[in-house]
Design a protein around this ligand. Structure first.
Ligand code: 1CP
Length: 319
């Protein structure tokens, strides 16, 4: 889950002197960083080291990842003309995606029997960065645009769907055996707005891998009211953050959908008995669903003691 590797000293050492997006586009380095948490924690799968804005960069968008901040755009995308300029960049081609394909192929080779999860950002979360120009709290500008100028919003999210879909497809074709679509900021939307203005673009992103034999996880935060709608865009597994217990998530989804989650990252810093009781409760509640991919409900805080993560993985394997 989210930027998990940041808590590792070996990650920080590997990154010295290399900007985040340059690290993502260096196949050998991206592969090495992907393997680090697998070696250390003995988890059952790896998630490819990259970022949701990598396909934007490869498509020609002026974007960088500022340390301690996150993705920042050279200029915000707010008007019909801004969106037209994005569309003029043309489709994201397999040639442009070659560094990603190479990084995935190297990683899959090194992982052997351990599966690799490929991922991409959902169109709304990408649009939230593009329209705001960087990280924001309530994604106000993006939510305004979808109502103020629905045609421009649709053009923007369709473009984002195709770019992010191409990124996802490249990872699967290079050997990733599952995919995850991150709509991290969808929790700022009402169900009505999600359904009308966001779901069609997320469904479009997933059509890029529809012909490939790969399971699709769909994850957001603050999305307790959106779980059914998020499944219905074409997901096989629904990620649940830490706000809703998994037995209740399973009830809302009608008992038919495997779940992922939902250990609260805040408890990683709590005394071990508190964390252990929480992990056991999450696993017990998750056992009522047709399947449960045990994971955090959101990101590993960068200051997390890595030995705690190893211990959580051990505990889950014991259970
Ligand atoms: O654990 C891993 O390293 C896996 C690779 C990974 C993934 C799956 C990274 C590397 N980023 C992501 C996804 C991602 N990126 C999401 C979706 C998941 C989530 O909700 O966190 C989002 C929203 C981003 C955008 C992003 N990139 C942020 C969040 C900013 C905000 O708005 O709050 C940040 C801080 C980044 C930078 C980033 N991406 C990845 C890493 C390791 C880092 C930190 C860079 C560093 O080491 O300084």
């Amino acid at each position: 889950m989210r930027q998990a590797g940041r808590s590792l000293p070996e990650y920080r050492a590997a990154r010295v002197g290399t900007a985040m997006l340059d690290a993502c586009l260096d196949p050998a380095l991206a592969s090495e960083i992907t393997l680090q948490p697998v070696r250390r924690h003995d988890v059952d799968a790896a998630i490819f080291f990259s970022d949701i804005v990598v396909p934007l960069k490869l498509a020609g968008v002026d974007v960088e990842i500022k340390p301690g901040v996150g993705p920042v755009m050279g200029s915000a995308v707010r008007t019909a003309d801004d969106v037209a300029r994005l569309r003029d960049l043309g489709p994201l081609t397999p040639e442009a995606l070659q560094p990603v394909s190479d990084g995935v192929a190297l990683t899959v080779d090194a992982l052997g029997a351990t599966p690799l999860i490929g991922f991409a950002g959902a169109p709304f979360t990408l649009a939230a960065y593009l329209v705001e120009g960087g990280p924001s709290r309530d994604h106000l500008a993006a939510r305004t645009l979808m109502h103020a100028d629905p045609a421009t919003w649709t053009a923007l999210t369709q473009w984002a769907a195709d770019v992010t879909g191409a990124f996802l497809r490249a990872q699967v074709l290079a050997g990733a055996s599952a995919t995850q679509l991150f709509d991290s900021w969808a929790g700022s939307l009402s169900l009505a707005d999600y359904t009308a203005h966001v779901a069609p673009a997320s469904a479009r992103a997933l059509t890029h891998v529809a012909d490939l034999d790969v399971k699709k996880v769909h994850f957001g935060t603050g999305t307790s009211e959106l779980l059914v709608a998020m499944r219905d865009v074409g997901a096989d597994v629904v990620g649940v953050d830490y706000r809703l217990p998994l037995d209740e998530a399973n009830r809302r989804l009608g008992g038919t959908t495997p779940l992922q989650g939902n250990i609260d990252p805040a408890l990683l810093a709590a005394p071990w008995p508190v964390l252990e009781a929480h992990v056991r409760d999450v696993v017990a509640r998750g056992s009522v669903a047709p399947g449960h991919v045990v994971n955090l409900g959101h990101g590993v805080p960068p200051e997390t003691d890595p030995t705690v993560l190893t211990r959580v993985a051990q505990l889950v394997h014991e259970i």
